[in-house]
Design a protein around this ligand. Structure first.
Ligand code: TPP
Ligand code: MG
Length: 365
């Protein structure tokens, strides 16, 4: 019986204290480029903290934090070109912010307002809204990548998802078609060890998630998702392959969800404080900060200046979000169907009638 041995590469450059484990990629010599990655990660963390505070005080809806997972989105956002298309999931704050989605648009999204998915920056005009239904975006990415291939365009569709999403049929079907058609698509799996209360160890019987790519006929590899240098380096390679007709790649980024699943969750009910404390030692922002301080590229003054700058940006975004008039209730029905099913048409009419009745009631007061 033929038997093919599989080996899944794993890449890490910095240890948890930010010390290089060996030679670093050439591009790391450009200190300002690495500082740029750090700035994007910290800006995301500050945004995240603020949105959680807004949720706690009832000023925004349920929010999915990306605490501890900033390096993955930052690496993606720093490498994708404007002509590429991102099909994100709900923990891609870092990536969306870097691509050009504004903080105000992100607030609209999490406030339940469709204007949050109408990106104004032309660089992100073709990016997809972030996807909450698990793994469906992987198939959409294959559709986008097929279009690029048919048109002969050197563009890449990049999609992200979590560890739990890799168990879905949609994900596995997407891998299959990507391999069969050699599509210009990159799958980034953010393996943060948990799918709400389901731990990675019972999520899947394979030792890595990356090896799912082998069954579809293309490379899969693991990378330390807390080491932004490693994610950038391996993602650079994957994007290059896809862009030059060499097919898809699956990159499994090993991270840890330091936060609750969302603001509607309480993770202390299913995992130990010990495990979370241990994971804090690996976290990506502190790791890169230590590296930059060691190289003399970062200090407390620069940190404080960036915090002040980000806070001001946040305050302006919150003011824009909170001062805008809510949309008409009927806007709920926009962008749902091109051709209206009868049941929804009736519901829209009922809503309009109710609004008119309420208006009439007010007029008599
Ligand atoms: C199709 C579908 N089924 C179930 C859910 C409910 N749900 C929301 S998040 C989640 C877990 C996802 O875990 P993972 O893929 O590891 O991503 P993470 O949230 O950990 O980043 C589930 C089951 C959903 N959003 N969509
Ligand atoms: Mg997960």
């Amino acid at each position: 019986m033929p038997h093919t041995r599989i080996e899944v590469p794993y890449t890490r450059y910095l240890d948890p204290e930010g010390r290089p484990l060996g030679p670093l990629p050439d591009w790391v010599e450009d200190g300002e480029r690495v500082v740029g990655l750090y700035r994007a990660m910290l800006r995301t963390r500050l945004f995240d903290q603020k949105v959680i505070a807004l949720q706690r005080t009832g000023r925004i809806g349920t929010y999915a934090s990306s605490l501890g997972q900033e390096a993955v989105g930052t690496a993606i956002g720093s490498l994708l070109r404007a002509e590429d298309v991102l099909l994100p999931y709900y923990r891609d704050t870092a990536c969306q912010l870097l691509r050009g989605v504004s903080m105000a648009e992100m607030l609209f999204y999490w406030g339940g307002d469709e204007r949050g998915s109408q990106f104004r920056d032309p660089r992100v005009a073709e990016d997809f809204p972030l996807c909450v239904p698990i793994a469906t975006q992987a198939l959409h990415a294959c559709g986008v990548a097929s279009a690029f291939k048919i048109r002969g365009e050197h563009r890449v569709a990049l999609t992200t998802c979590g560890d739990g999403a890799t168990s879905k049929g949609d994900f596995l079907e997407a891998l299959n078609v990507a391999g069969a058609w050699q599509l210009p698509v990159v799958f980034v799996v953010n393996n943060n060890q948990w799918a709400i209360s389901v731990p990675r160890r019972i999520q899947c019987g394979a030792p890595t998630l990356a090896q799912k790519a082998f069954g579809a006929g293309f490379p899969g590899e693991q990378v330390d998702g807390n080491d932004v240098i490693a994610v950038v380096e391996r993602l650079r390679h994957a994007l290059d392959q896809a862009r030059h007709g060499k097919g898809p790649t699956l990159l499994e980024c090993i991270t840890y969800r330091l936060c609750d699943h969302t603001t509607a969750d309480d993770a202390t009910r299913y995992r130990s404080a010990e495990e979370v404390n241990q994971a804090w030692h690996e976290e990506p922002v502190k790791r890169l900060q230590s590296y930059l301080v060691g190289r003399g590229l970062w200090d407390e003054a620069r940190e404080q200046a960036l915090v002040a700058e980000s806070q001001a940006e946040l305050q302006a975004a919150i003011a824009a979000y909170e001062s805008s008039a809510p949309r008409e209730p009927a806007s709920l029905f926009e962008h749902v169907y091109a051709r209206w099913p009868q049941a929804l048409a009736e519901q829209r009419e009922q809503l309009a009638e109710r609004a008119a009745r309420r208006q009439g009631g007010k007029d008599h007061e």
